[in-house]
Design a protein around this ligand. Sequence first.
Ligand code: KIV
Length: 274
Amino acid sequence: MTYANPDAPRRKVTVRTLHAMKQAAEPIAMLTAYDASFARVEDQAGVDVVLVGDSLGMVIQGHATTVPVSVDDIVYHCAAVSRGLDHALLLADMPFLSYRNEEQAVLNAGRMLQQGGAQMVKLEGGVAQIGVVEALVGQGIPVCAHLGLKPQSINKLGAYLVQGRDSEAADQMLREARQLEGAGADLLLLECVPAILAAEITKAVAIPVIGIGAGVKCDGQVLVLQDVLGITPGKPPKFSRNFMLGADSIAAAITAYVQAVKLRQFPKPEHQFE
Ligand code: KIV
């Protein structure tokens, strides 16, 4: 396995960098951020992709779900985060109902790139979003597709549960991953998916696959910053780890997260699902 020379000057991470990392089997470290200060710490700690997630509805705004988040919210937080980044790629989450059709998706994603400084957008969806993914890619907007648990559908799901456990659902997820890749998605995120299925999908597609609660065999990992810092109220999610334990600063905790992802020491079996 050949990793990039750690002494070489770090360059700006682009879509091409992420594809090259998959080719080189170098794990991709992704983490959420919502402001310039934390973005700067993450950038200096070696985070490859900083996600302005709609999780901001819960961890910043204090809502019970991500549903109330608006496009204005994401643009505002992206603009702040982008000012803290020199190297990491900035990924913007498209909030609930902001990609109902192709025209609306392109206009909203366009704002995230033009006003927010994002380099890629993420949307929750499968086969129903193929047209939207094609329209975005057709306008030069890179897309990260999000499969598995889709928190924006919480009112339909009723609970945040592991997805793809039965063979029909697993086959459908594998099919959708291939279709999204075919539609031009550059990245795929799998949330709360059995580790065996996530490994199969990671092998089946050429685009990098980032996991959260999807096992160590994905091409990279993502966590919510507040989980990494151990400040999420209540019981932490099974897939997360408090990296402040044993760290003497926030920067050290984030660096430990990046190192654990790069060395495939996180997630461990206790963080994954069967
Ligand atoms: O909104 C978010 O932070 C996310 C992560 C949980 C992957 O989508």
